[in-house]
Design a protein around this ligand. Structure first.
Ligand SMILES: C[S@@+](CC[C@H](N)C(=O)[O-])C[C@H]1O[C@@H](n2cnc3c(N)ncnc32)[C@H](O)[C@@H]1O
Length: 228
């Protein structure tokens, strides 16, 4: 039976991503490790500057564990059981005492209390979730006032040959667990609407500038101000 047609510009369905990352898990470190390294390092570096308790959403196989240091306490979550199994094996080596735990969890429904973390990091994840705004809401909920949400991703090029290529590749990329056509404007619009989150940085990552680092700072919500 042929697979149903994928709408390239709709958000990805969860089961499509689950299937893709079950396939990726055995190969991920070898293939994607080097490709995403510059983005991963930049995001972890920004998170280390915040320090404290860090939640890494969509932690994958835990490739970023070595990018954090002993000034941080890291918890990782990912919806893919095969990817988390790899991250657990990495943790079991004992080389990452600053990582407290990794668990299977959907980023759109985080089982943590409000303000539980100083920083939430999502590396190459936000474009792949079924409901990005809901995931961002959850990230904002679990980060403390004054804390940061740090994203790194390839984002849509918007114009020129790059954008045309990204639109062309959108459909096949989806089944591979990738999404090249997610616009920055959507992240900015979310922050605008949220009310307690401010966009504080948008920066291309060297050397090639194909990835963008985006930082949000969580402020204090109206209701929290009223209760204080
Ligand atoms: C491209 S990989 C990135 C993994 C890791 N952050 C890295 O940089 O190597 C995307 C990851 O996002 C995870 N993911 C996708 N949707 C998710 C969701 N709703 N909740 C949690 N994890 C999700 C996938 O299972 C996959 O491990």
């Amino acid at each position: 039976m042929s697979e149903p047609r994928v709408d390239a510009f709709a958000d990805p369905e969860r089961h499509v991503m689950e299937k893709a990352y079950a396939r990726w898990a055995p190969l991920y470190d070898m293939v994607c490790g080097p490709i995403f390294e510059s983005g991963r390092r930049a995001a972890a570096e920004a998170a280390r500057r915040v320090g404290g308790r860090i939640l890494e959403v969509g932690v994958g196989t835990g490739l970023s564990f070595s990018d954090y240091d002993h000034s941080t306490r890291v918890v990782g979550i990912d919806m893919s059981a095969p990817m988390v199994a790899k991250a657990k094996a990495r943790l079991a080596t004992g080389r990452f005492p600053h990582v407290d735990s990794v668990m299977v969890m959907d980023a759109s429904d985080l089982a943590f209390e409000d303000g539980a973390f100083d920083c939430v990091v999502a590396q190459f994840v936000i474009t792949l979730v079924a409901d990005p705004e809901r995931v961002l809401d959850e990230c904002a909920r679990v980060v403390r006032p004054g804390g940061e949400i740090i994203l790194v991703n390839h984002l849509y090029s918007e114009k020129g040959v790059g954008a045309a290529l990204e639109r062309l590749l959108a459909r096949p990329a989806r089944r591979m667990g990738l999404r090249p056509e997610f616009p920055f404007a959507r992240l900015a619009a979310w922050a605008e609407r949220h009310g307690a989150v401010a966009l504080i940085e948008r920066r291309p990552i060297k050397p090639l500038g194909v990835y963008t680092l985006v930082r949000f700072r969580r402020g204090v919500e109206e209701r929290e101000r009223a209760a204080a």
